[in-house]
Design a protein around this ligand. Sequence first.
Ligand code: MN
Length: 340
Amino acid sequence: MAGTDKLRIIATEEAFATPAQLAAIKEVADRTTDYDADIFLWKRMAGGGPLTDRLLDLEGERIEIMDAAGIDMHLLALTSTGVQMFDRDTAITVATEGNDLLVEAIKRHPTRFAGLATVPPQAPDAAVKEIDRAVNGLGLNGVMINSHTDDEFLSEKKYWPILEAIEASGKPLYIHPRAPNKLMAPAFRQDNLEYAIWGYMAEVGLHGLRMITGGVFEQFPHLQVVLGHMGEGIPFYFYRIDYMHHMTGQWPETQRAKLSLTPSETFKRNFSITTSGVNWDPPLKFNLEVLGDERVMFAVDYPYQETHEAADWIRGANIPEDVRRKVASGNAERIFKINI
Ligand code: MN
């Protein structure tokens, strides 16, 4: 019978926006004169349109599209860049109100929605409080941070109280992309490479690797991190990362964190990945082989990519049925503590 039961599908990287977030983004965009890839994208969307409508909608067309494609649940999070481009007070307000709005939507549709909390990394003390309120208190399923904040990664120690609070919550940190930080950005500008084509992966892949090599997981060995887009390139590069990390560690002038595990061992202990935006068997099979079948989860990346295409792909992917069930929903239920 196993092959004939309906496949339960939880999509784990699904975006929404709030009016307050869009208003704050517009304000930042209006006063920014220097080129910034994230703001450029928002300026293109500022006039509204189908994508903006879909981000703002939680309970109308979104659920119709889920139903039509056989998606049981969206794990929702405020769309990139969250609140990370706002001043401290605006970021705290937009994050808190957005989390409240998300919790209310989940209460109205407990079988259709779960959600990740938004926090302001630029205000670590407030972020820690909001993790306690929204994740520990209101039951959200983890935290999403959209890669760099003010061009810094979470490997910087000033952000470690946030990581400590997430580890203590027992729920994961999802690191979602944004365009490359200013030290990398100019090299990606030609031909629009700063977006999902390559820049997002380069930014988040480096971010994840910097957390590993910077010793974050020596300090927080139980912290669980989720990366989208089939692991942002890191698993594909395991062999060379381990080899070169060992080799450069022998250089007498090298000063860096002492790791008790190799980078790939750390990744396999502390990271999971999602398929967001990559509806393709080869990287799915590769990740299942190197990470095991407990650490790969399905995602669509709604509304940025097509729901039916992703759902049809995971139903038909050439993997064993028991593994398909883990990828489609079983692993998400365990990792994000989704109990419905
Ligand atoms: Mn996304």
